[in-house]
Design a protein around this ligand. Structure first.
Ligand code: TXA
Ligand code: MG
Length: 340
């Protein structure tokens, strides 16, 4: 690591052209989506995809999502059955990722699928992501733009804090609206399986295509990195369902908290108790509290409904015991950074 920082470039036509060019020549470009910032690389270029794994420090068995601008480009890389097309019409562009049989002839790097014969496909709604995908003219592999296991980035400076010069540029696009990663639904089998909860809710999916299964989530053989038990983790321990905080803890609250005790530092996910607002704030607040020098982060209970299901999924993993294997001390260069 050097002190060199990647450029944050504006999402102007010139900026997007430059970022598209960089992607086409195999460089890594971080970009905003409506969920979190992605670390993008050309999904047809083995070298670029390998560079993503290296930059993230990610275990190699985790496959990546291929991002495309529309249904037509999705059909060029994967086989969409009736269920997939119905879901695509309803939720694309948007925060739903479909795991589908991959088309061998599409030229995707085998690394993208980490050896599986499926591929995860996502059509992001963020206008900057849309413009960049069109400028690149190729499917773009993009995990969240952070070191593996660490908190996902929802603003450009988070990317730089986590990845430093492991990324060549960050396309600016403000704060992410959704704030937690896309829902991941596996459609390769007869019964659809929810691999990761997200902003597209289980009930919304079931209304269209009938019952889906919840993933068994075997943490030793994760199909989804989000299924690793310890993931999304700040540097300090996380304590869930806290109704008060100790004086040496940082406190992440939800809803009216005036009469709740404790915490050397405090941030509220949503004073109004709005779960969408809470999801949008989740990762940024975890990062900020992580830098308060507290012994731990205490987190108030979050209702397990709507986007609360995805929030609680991420919080459980942030609080999970950390093993060597999952390499959770993902702060990386964040520690040397004195922003905020
Ligand atoms: O919101 C998002 O999805 C963000 C933005 C950048 O688009 N991306 C993201 O990517 O969260 P990543 O790599 O952090 O998560 C991809 C998820 C993982 O849980 C991965 O295991 C799963 O999708 N996945 C990818 N390909 C798969 C496949 N072929 N089979 C099963 N799961 C797959
Ligand atoms: Mg991630």
């Amino acid at each position: 690591m050097t002190d060199k920082h990647p450029d944050i470039i504006p999402a102007t036509p010139a900026g997007l052209a430059r970022a598209g060019e960089a992607l086409r020549k195999g460089d890594l470009v971080a970009f905003p989506t409506e969920t979190v910032y992605g670390l993008g690389g050309d999904a047809t270029d083995d070298r670029a995809v390998a560079a993503i794994f290296a930059a993230k420090g990610r275990p190699q068995f985790n496959p990546l999502i291929a991002h495309v601008p529309d249904l037509e480009s999705a059909e060029a890389i994967a086989v969409l059955d009736e269920r997939a097309v119905e879901l695509a019409h309803q939720f694309w562009p948007g925060p739903l990722t479909l795991v589908l049989p991959r088309r061998a002839e599409a030229g995707l790097s085998l690394l993208v699928s980490a050896g599986l014969d499926s591929v995860a496909v996502r059509v992001p709604a963020h206008p900057v992501a849309q413009a960049l995908l069109k400028a690149a003219g190729k499917p773009i592999a993009a995990p969240s733009a952070n070191r593996s296991g660490a908190v996902s980035p929802t603003a450009p400076h988070h990317v730089i804090e986590s990845l430093g010069d492991r990324v060549s540029m960050v396309v600016a696009g403000g704060k992410c609206q959704v704030g937690v990663e896309s829902t991941v639904l596996d459609l390769t089998g007869e019964t659809p399986v929810l691999l990761r909860p997200g902003a597209v809710l289980r009930e919304e999916i079931e209304r269209l295509i009938g019952p889906i299964q919840l993933s068994a989530g075997n943490p030793d053989a994760p199909k989804s990195p989000g299924q690793l038990e310890s993931h999304y983790a700040p540097n300090v321990p996380v304590r869930l369902n806290a109704t008060s905080a100790e004086e040496d803890e940082a406190f992440l609250t939800f809803g009216p908290d005036r009469f709740i005790r404790g915490g050397k530092a405090r941030l509220n996910l949503s004073l109004q108790g709005d779960l969408n607002e809470a999801a949008a704030n989740l990762f940024a607040h975890l990062r900020a509290l992580d830098q308060e020098g507290a012994r731990a982060i205490a987190v108030m209970p979050i209702p397990d409904e709507g986007l609360g299901v995805a929030i609680n999924d991420r919080l459980r993993r942030a609080a999970a015991p950390r093993s060597q294997k999952t390499g959770t001390q993902g702060g990386g260069p964040a520690r040397q950074n004195n922003r905020r």
